[in-house]
Structure formats: structure tokens, C-alpha cells
Design a protein around this ligand. Structure first.
Ligand code: AMP
Ligand code: MG
Length: 516
């Protein structure tokens, strides 16, 4: 076997169909492990980097291949309960109940270790972490390897954990003997780690087996307070949890607030980056992705089904490494059920960098501007078209509406001709009547004439943010109504609106950075 020191070794990649396992491949992989080599394999949580857990030298190779600090202990994977008794001592009585409910499955338990387990595998600790995976390929491989396979996640230390064989290959090709490709994993986040050497048992790492699930079986468990707390300066009890983990290359920031605030804040950040010629990455969900207009948006799954979010998290973090984004912003997720594990990994990937959405959202007073005219066919659409061509330092939805629109009409032909002479167009415009839905808190309504303003104000009680365009821009030039007049009247009107829109732009641009 290649010693892996002088030349990069050739990593054999074998596809394995979990529904029809090729025993020859498993035997070959098992033999590599028995001889002290490394084999990456699928488990239901993430891909593991397997080695013989009872072989000190194999543990050293594992740390070298991953570039992992050697004080970060490995989890020993077993396939039956007898194996547990060989590697652990003083096994507490609750273990049986827990194993009955959660093994095989995504729960790792920590016990005092027996003399069989080398310190190389446990990072020098007197305890050993043990898990019985449910994935059939994992199970067969463990048996073929002699029953004890240490397996940290099969990634380069610090990178997002691998959820496909391709991820493993990206990180470990040429560094390990073999990769078993069993397709995408099911859960996508590492196992829950439960320390059984303390009373009550303590969760050191959240995973798919949640606090509630454990408590239903054995009563109260405690939770290592460093799991979510960026405030705590204590070292986590699971040594590996102290390292920055799962991190994409670009800086990741978690945005916290209500979902609406998060979306608005991220939109603002994306727009600001766009104006600086940069592109940011956005971690969004099924429910929110359509709201983003700038930035590279990746949909991580559905808020209705947080399992999809868990399953996609690492793949999405890895995908951003292929993209040219200067920073990544992520929405937050509810910390209940597997959401605890999702936020725990996201916090680590972000190095605990988070920002609050509300103060960012407050920096922008208006998000939508509506130009209101009588019929929404000339002056309003012209004003909207002109404002869309301005250099605005915040993002606005710019629309026009009419007070008397009986049916949708295209723009007035003379208005269109004038806009064309200014290299703009009203093509495709169709008039729309103002409705109560348009009157939101963050909407600024600018009318062409006084009479339109008073009509809206008298029709809708409590309405705020309605001004005539010249009132708002503090310019008393009236906007004439060109309807039924020759083209020159439209031209004059266009000139006046242009001047007012420039003033409007200046005023809007003073609103940034907490201006109003
Ligand atoms: P990974 O194999 O990449 O999922 O990481 C294994 C995790 O299990 C790391 O965070 C380790 O620190 C933790 N772990 C393994 N063995 C022990 C142990 N004996 N005591 C505490 N934590 C452990
Ligand atoms: Mg890991």
C-alpha cells in the first residue's frame, strides 16, 4: 500500500448502490481499513473518513489527511452492541434505552474508554465517542473492517462537511486510498453528541436527535452552554467544537430579526454592494428567494420543512466557494428541533458574526415611490420613467398610478414620443388605478397636482406620505397638464418634471445612513 508521504496516492472511487451493495467493493474497502488505510464512506449524517479505530497509526493518517488538530478526537463507529462493551467501560444504565431508541442513527455517546482504544483515536482523552450509523453501506463497511471504524467528517478541517462523494473528492483526492460513493446523504448535519460520563448526560453538539427526543426517553439532559453562545468565552466541552468550522471562503454574516426585517436588510446590503461594484451571496429559502433583486441568491430549502435546510446547508456553503462573491449574508432559522443544529453550524461557519436587521431596515424610510396622476398615461409614467434612470443610493420600487382609471390604457403617444427623444420609453406601460393596497407605511406618494393630493387624503383616512412632487422637492414650479395640447406642451412638461426628478433624487439620496 502507498504510504502517502512521497507521492500523492491514487484515490480509488467506487460507486455503491445502497439498494444493491456490491460485496466485493465492501470487502476491498474493509481490507484497506484493516491494513491501516483510509476509506471515505457515506453515513446518514455526513460522509465519514474511515480508519481502523484500534490502530494508532491509522488515527495519525486521519489527522494528516484532514489537516485536523490532533486534540480533536474521533468518533468510533460500530455496528453492534457487543462492540460497545469492548471499547467502553462504566457504561451507565440509560445507555440501553438510548441505544434502543436512537441506534442505529445520528446519536453519538461518550463513555469512559477501555484499554483497547488508543489515545491517538481519542485525542489523548480517557473517554471515547461512539456511534452506530444506520446507513447500510456504513454498516457493512464497519463489519468488513473488523467492527471499529473511527470516522470524522471526510473534509479538510475547517471546510463545510461533505454531504456527497464529490465534496469528499474536492478535499481529499490523492490523500486517501478510497472513496465509496453512495450518493447524497440523508440528514446532512453531523450527529448529536451526548456525554454519558456526566449526570445528567450533556449535549455537546446538537444534531438530528434533539433535546426533546432525548428527554422523552431518559428525562432531563443538559446542554453545553457554549453550543450557541457567541457571548461565552468558555471552551466547548467537545474539543472539536472550539474550532471555526464549516466555513466558506467568503466572510459569512447571519442577519437576525423578523423574517421581513431580514429580507429587507439583506436587500439593502445587496443593493449597497451592487453600487460598489461588488456582488454578495445570499442564503435564502423557498419562501424568500423571490424577494431578492441583487446578489447571488441560493435557496437552501423550505422553512416549512427544516430537514431540507439541514440537508442543503453544507452543499450551499461549498457552492459559494465556486462563486465570485465578496461576502455572504444568511437569513436566520428558528432554533427549535433540528433548527438548533442548523443555527449551531451556521453560527460556526460565520465565526459567530451576526448583525441585527432592524437598525439596517430603519435606515431606509421609503422603499416604494408612486407617482400619482389623473389617468396614469402621461405625467405619472414620465416621472416614474425619469426617476428609474437616476442614480439612487437606495433601492426603490418605482411605479405610477392614476386616480381615474376605468380600464388599462397604454401611455399617451405624445408622452411616449417625448420620452423617446430622451432615450427612454413608456412602451408596455398600462395604466393602473391607485388602490388601498398601494398605501403602505414605506410608500411615498407624489402627485402631479394639489387636487390629486387632496383627493387621496380625503378618500383614505390616516394616510401618510402623500405630497405633491413640487411640495416634496421644495420647488414651486407647477406641473402643467398637457392633455389635448400639441407635442410642445408635452415637451415643456417633460422639462419641468426632469428638473423636479433631479431635485427628488438629491433629496432621496440624503436619506441614507440613518438620515431620516
Ligand atoms: P467529527 O468527527 O468531525 O464529527 O468531529 C467529532 C466531534 O466529536 C468533535 O467535535 C469532537 O471533539 C467530538 N468528540 C469525539 N470524541 C470526544 C470525546 N471523547 N469527548 C468529547 N468530545 C468528543
Ligand atoms: Mg468534522
Amino acid at each position: 500500500m502507498n504510504d502517502g508521504i512521497m507521492d500523492p496516492m491514487k484515490t480509488i472511487i467506487k460507486k455503491v448502490d445502497p439498494n444493491q451493495i456490491d460485496e466485493k467493493v465492501i470487502l476491498e474497502a474493509g481490507n484497506i481499513l484493516k491494513q491501516g488505510g483510509l476509506v471515505a464512506f457515506p453515513t446518514e449524517t455526513v460522509y465519514g473518513l474511515g480508519a481502523n479505530a484500534l490502530d494508532e497509526e491509522a488515527a495519525k493518517k486521519t489527522y494528516a489527511a484532514k489537516g485536523r488538530p490532533s486534540d480533536n478526537p474521533l468518533i468510533v463507529h460500530i455496528a453492534d452492541m457487543q462492540a460497545l462493551e469492548e471499547i467502553a467501560v462504566n457504561i451507565p444504565p440509560e445507555t440501553e434505552e438510548l441505544a434502543f431508541h436512537f441506534w442505529p442513527g445520528p446519536l453519538t455517546m461518550i463513555f469512559e474508554k477501555s484499554g483497547q482504544v488508543p489515545y491517538g483515536t481519542t485525542g489523548g482523552l480517557d473517554t471515547v465517542a461512539v456511534r452506530m450509523p444506520s446507513d447500510v453501506i456504513a454498516r457493512e463497511l464497519i463489519l468488513a473492517a473488523g467492527g471499529f471504524v473511527s470516522a470524522p467528517s471526510a473534509n479538510t478541517s475547517g471546510r463545510p462537511s461533505p454531504t456527497t462523494a464529490q465534496h469528499v473528492q474536492e478535499d481529499l483526492d490523492g490523500k486517501i486510498e478510497m472513496i465509496l460513493d453512495g450518493g447524497s446523504v440523508d440528514i446532512g448535519l453531523e450527529s448529536t453528541i451526548l456525554d454519558m460520563t456526566v449526570t445528567p448526560p450533556m449535549i455537546l453538539r446538537p444534531g438530528a436527535v434533539t433535546v426533546d427526543m432525548l428527554e422523552k426517553v431518559i428525562g432531563p439532559v443538559s446542554v453545553d452552554e457554549t453550543i450557541l453562545g457567541s457571548e461565552s468565552d468558555q471552551a466547548p466541552k467537545a474539543p472539536g467544537m472550539k474550532y471555526r468550522h464549516y466555513a466558506p471562503k467568503a466572510k459569512l454574516t447571519i442577519v437576525e430579526g423578523t423574517l421581513r426585517e431580514e429580507v429587507l436588510a439583506i436587500r439593502q446590503l445587496a443593493y449597497a454592494a451592487f453600487r460598489e461594484g461588488k456582488k454578495i451571496g445570499i442564503i435564502a429559502t423557498n419562501e424568500t428567494e423571490i424577494f431578492y433583486t441583487h446578489g447571488l441568491v441560493k435557496n437552501i430549502g423550505s422553512r416549512e420543512n427544516d430537514k431540507t435546510i439541514a440537508r442543503n446547508l453544507y452543499a450551499v456553503l461549498r457552492e459559494f466557494d465556486e462563486e465570485d462573491v465578496s461576502e455572504i449574508y444568511s437569513e436566520s432559522f428558528a432554533v427549535q428541533g433540528i433548527g438548533n443544529a442548523i443555527m449551531n453550524r451556521l453560527e460556526k461557519a460565520a465565526g459567530h458574526v451576526r448583525i441585527f436587521a432592524a437598525p439596517i431596515v430603519k435606515q431606509q424610510k421609503y422603499r416604494r415611490i408612486i407617482f400619482l396622476s389623473n389617468t396614469d398615461t402621461s405625467r405619472g409614467p414620465m416621472a416614474a420613467g425619469l426617476l428609474k434612470h437616476q442614480d439612487l443610493n437606495q433601492e426603490y420600487t418605482i411605479d405610477s398610478r392614476g386616480l381615474v382609471v376605468l380600464f388599462p390604457e397604454p401611455a399617451n403617444q405624445k408622452a411616449e414620443a417625448i420620452m423617446k427623444s430622451g432615450q427612454m420609453t413608456l412602451e408596455g406601460h398600462s395604466s393602473i388605478a391607485l388602490s388601498a393596497d398601494d398605501l403602505q407605511e414605506d410608500t411615498l406618494i407624489l402627485t402631479m397636482e394639489d387636487s390629486q393630493k387632496w383627493k387621496v387624503v380625503s378618500e383614505y383616512e390616516n394616510i401618510k406620505n402623500v405630497y405633491t412632487l413640487n411640495e416634496f422637492t421644495e420647488d414651486n414650479t407647477e406641473i402643467p397638464n398637457p392633455y389635448g395640447q400639441p407635442l410642445t406642451a408635452y415637451g415643456e412638461c417633460y422639462e419641468i418634471i426632469t428638473k423636479l426628478i433631479e431635485k427628488l433624487t438629491n433629496k432621496l439620496n440624503t436619506f441614507t445612513q440613518g438620515g431620516e
